[in-house]
Design a binder for this molecule. Structure first.
Ligand SMILES: Cc1cc2nc3c(=O)[nH]c(=O)nc-3n(C[C@H](O)[C@H](O)[C@H](O)COP(=O)(O)O)c2cc1C
Length: 397
């Protein structure tokens, strides 16, 4: 091949270059992070705080504020992210039916959990390392929760210690635990949490073998997001980096933790009726239907699809909470109609915090609450007691 031909073969045309750039962008994980309208896609500038209308508006602002590795850590799901998408798809399979005729200003969303009144069934799910999103991290999230009288569940893997978060504001706090296999090692964090006012302890039992491909990709490009498999006797090294750190869980865990817990104990990460019944057999007093926002096992069902099965199995004996994929007030209403007692917001609260700090987190909570009231008015119910199965029609595949 002559030199000229070599150069001709090696050169790319402007069209090819643009096509290559387009392909790169289309394949970018950023663009399929959430299967929902991407509001800023058609805008030339970012929205201001006052222009924000719904929770999705926060995501691109959050993304713009943080390094890619931090954004990915919040956005990603396990492996192919099937369950991450399915969590959102599931809301399309539930229709809301109703007659209206209720003024949203008269709608009352108040409820009660474990004997404590709450102005709304919307809560904040435990999510780790919030200081990555904003310097005030969980302190700001707690203040936002307090301002809106919302219960915040603090992650065991928070950036600030639980005691410090508890000091930041006055609102109700729950404590989430990733139990350690050395059962005695759980005693101190549990005692500390309860001493400074944790109203319940939520023990997370999913995410037993999660594997975030986006993290691996970030590592390949020089970033460093999180350690994957730690070498401990219970966590043998795994060449495919599927962290086995939590694979030791058994139902007896709840029996072992029970003597250390004086407040209600909940299990987070339940997806079957049978699992819920086993929890109750082992002293659990509240169930959280969760797939960790698509971050536990991939190709599992969305939480909305399995909610009724769990509610039926529990049969009113303990409260049933749900999370994974909730972004709108109408999403919350659908879960309440299928039997949930409360709904927790995970990524939505992180987007708000990451976009604008405390005011952002507060606004997220206010928006979803306002949407819930509007959705309730639209289907013609004015209190949570009036919500029942008749306001939804499900069409799960
Ligand atoms: C970035 C991130 C960190 C999380 N950290 C924790 C955690 O420390 N403990 C826990 O029990 N769940 C954790 N979760 C799961 C949430 O509690 C919740 O189940 C999930 O976010 C719900 O899905 P959603 O984000 O689609 O709302 C985390 C979720 C995300 C997105």
């Amino acid at each position: 091949m002559s030199k000229a031909e070599q150069q001709w073969r090696g050169d790319i045309s402007r069209r090819q270059a643009l096509a290559g750039l387009g392909t790169f962008l289309a394949a970018s994980p950023l663009l399929h992070a959430q299967r929902d309208p991407w509001p800023l896609g058609s805008h030339r500038r970012f929205m201001s705080f006052d222009e924000i209308r719904d929770v999705f508006d926060f995501e691109p602002l959050f993304r713009a504020n943080v390094p890619l590795a931090i954004y990915d850590y919040t956005a990603h799901g396990t492996e192919s992210e099937f369950t991450l998408y399915r969590n959102r798809d599931a809301f399309d399979w539930v229709q809301l039916i109703g007659g209206g005729g209720v003024d949203p200003n008269t709608v009352d969303t108040s409820t009660e959990l474990f004997g404590r009144p709450m102005p709304s069934p919307i809560m904040l799910a435990p999510t780790s390392r919030q200081r990555d999103l904003h310097p005030d991290g969980e302190l700001a999230m707690h203040r936002a929760a307090t301002t809106t009288s919302t219960t915040m569940i603090v992650s065991n893997a928070s950036s600030f210690p639980f005691t410090r978060i508890a000091e930041a504001a006055e609102g109700p706090l729950w404590y989430q635990l990733y139990a350690r296999s050395d059962i005695e090692a759980n005693r101190q964090p549990l005692a500390e949490g309860q001493e400074v006012g944790a109203q319940t302890i939520m023990v997370t039992i999913d995410q037993q073998a999660s594997y975030y491909e986006r993290d691996l990709h970030v590592r390949h490009t020089g970033g460093s997001v999180r350690r994957v498999a730690r070498r401990t006797p219970n966590n043998p090294p795994n060449p495919y980096r599927v962290g086995a750190g939590r694979l030791w869980y058994e139902w007896e865990l709840f029996d072992k933790l029970r003597p250390m817990i004086e407040v209600p104990m909940l299990a987070k990460g339940i997806l079957t009726g049978e699992g819920a019944k086993l929890c109750l057999d082992h002293g659990v007093e509240g169930i959280v239907v969760s797939n960790h926002g698509g971050r536990a096992i991939d190709y599992g069902p969305s939480t909305l699809e399995v909610l009724e099965e769990v509610v039926t199995a529990v049969d009113g004996r303990v409260p049933v909470l749900i999370d994974s994929g909730f972004r709108r007030g109408a999403d919350v209403l659908k879960a309440l109609a299928l039997g949930a007692d409360a709904v927790c917001l995970g990524r939505a609260s992180r987007w708000g915090l990451g976009a604008f700090g405390e005011p952002g987190a507060q606004k997220v909570i206010e928006i979803v609450n306002a949407e819930l009231k509007q959705a309730m008015a639209s289907v013609g119910v004015s209190s949570l007691a009036e919500i029942d199965r008749s306001i939804v029609k499900t069409n799960f595949p």
